[in-house]
Design a protein around this ligand. Structure first.
Ligand code: ADP
Ligand code: ZN
Length: 218
């Protein structure tokens, strides 16, 4: 099960990837989360990535691709993975295709309206400890400001400000959207409804994964 979750910021990729990673027993690889960790720890990659992330720009392709290829070599990816937030540009997709040994099983595209995206991102809170995402209305933590999973402190991402969100959407439309056709042409694109609330979205994805598993076993 080598899966890519594709879609705009706020489509619910991270939320669903976290759940299905547990259900399927494969790692959830979020490039955004890897970079946020790197920024927090002030590693060389974090120092390179920070200025791009703060502006809502893409981190340069070479930096991202190296990080992802390294991550995919780890043992826990033997049975598969869910890539969340990568690839995000045509060169990234091409490099993944050339340099990774693993064939992609499917690219799941979360089609999402702008209103829904804005509502989700402006109400989003993240855990400093484990990266889990919450939403003030749709997915509140049990105790305000505290992560249900690890009791870490919740915070609002600097790039979830309205201006930066608008810019990230422009970048998505210019750089990432083209991947929909790229993977459609490879016949591995599956579209789901990114506007669904969490439970409904989960059920739609259950159906998708059940089909993928039965295809894999015949
Ligand atoms: P979202 O999907 O909410 O926009 P992510 O957490 O996936 O956010 O990513 C946050 C930031 O990290 C992006 O705005 C970008 O600067 C950087 N980033 C993450 N993944 C990539 C990628 N594949 N290519 C380039 N930059 C990336
Ligand atoms: Zn947490």
């Amino acid at each position: 099960m080598n899966i890519i979750f594709l879609g705009p910021p706020g489509a619910g990729k991270g939320t669903h990837a976290a759940d299905f990673s547990k259900e399927l027993g494969i790692p959830h690889i979020s490039t955004g989360e890897i970079f946020r960790e790197a920024v927090k720890n002030e590693t060389p990659i974090g120092l390179k990535a920070k200025e791009f992330m703060d502006r809502g720009e893409l981190v340069p392709d070479e930096v991202v691709v190296d990080v992802v290829l390294d991550r995919l070599k780890r043992d826990d990816c033997q049975k598969g993975y869910i890539l969340d937030g990568f690839p995000r540009s045509l060169p990234q997709a091409e490099m993944l295709g050339q340099k990774s040994d693993s064939e992609l099983t499917a690219v799941i595209y979360f089609e999402t309206c702008k209103d829904v995206i804005l509502m989700r991102l402006t109400g989003r809170w993240m855990c400093r400890g484990c990266g889990k995402g919450y939403h003030i209305k749709n997915l509140p933590p049990k105790v305000a400001g505290v992560c249900d999973e690890c009791a870490g402190e919740l915070y609002q991402r600097a790039d979830d400000k309205v201006d930066t969100i608008e810019h990230r959407l422009t970048v998505y439309n210019q750089e990432t959207k083209t991947l929909i056709d790229y993977y459609k042409n490879k016949d591995i694109l599956i579209q789901v409804n990114g506007d669904f609330e969490k439970q409904e979205g989960h059920e739609e994805l259950e159906g998708v994964f059940t089909k993928l598993k039965s295809n894999a076993s015949c």
